[in-house]
Ligand binder design. Sequence first.
Ligand code: KIV
Length: 273
Amino acid sequence: MSKYIVEDTRKVTTHRLIEMKRKGEKLAMLTAYDYTMASIIDAAGIDIILVGDSASNVMAGNITTLPITLDQMIYHAKSVVRGVKRALVVADMPFGTYQVNADEAVKNAIRIMKETHADALKLEGGEEILPSIRKILDAGIPIMGHLGLTPQSINKFGTYGVRAKDEAEAAKLCHDAQLLQEAGCFAIVLEKIPAQLATKVAESLEIPVIGIGAGSGVDGQVLVCTDMLGMTADFTPRFLRRYADLNTVISSAVGNYISDVKSKDFPNEKEQY
Ligand code: KIV
């Protein structure tokens, strides 16, 4: 049973998230990529489920988020939506589907919304993708921005280290955050930036700022579900808090199953027809 009791069981909307920020209530967001995990996370009371392109890493085993395709993201988002009753479902637009031009971006965004029934989309970047953001918003599709460490740009950055440590990058990030709010984004993810900078951005905006490796002064937190559940044993960044050790739980369950099969203990009399 979840420790968190959801009093308000109505479907979460983008408006409610902005209202929550106004009231000082923190937003809890996790990723999910499939029906079963999404059902569990939703029933436990999470506010936002992100169908992240981190599926490329944790579901498909790629080194980066770049290879995941539009069709694959649609498959994951459709599966998640089927499991969710309450949370707001946000789907990532994958690399290459919104950077070419605004017309292509809105075409791809409409396809994701039509085929998955997700509630909103997330795009990485600021001023450079503003024409795409505006066109998608004009089509009536809510957008969550994503600034700081934007993993689709890993080949430009060359490292997964903390972003916006120097003044110029920090100033550009603050400017981009303002532009995203002015354009009409309903929230922004800030990934792996100094906590002080993230707090300053959150305090300067009316829309919620959701952090991952961005400290406690923002309006909410997001983690990758397989990381916080302790399934990805080798991934140990400083910002990650593990709430379970499913790697050990699963290994031990599988070990017990193997030994029961080999010893002919499974199935027993009651486990057959
Ligand atoms: O794809 C993802 O999981 C994300 C989160 C890390 C914010 O974008």
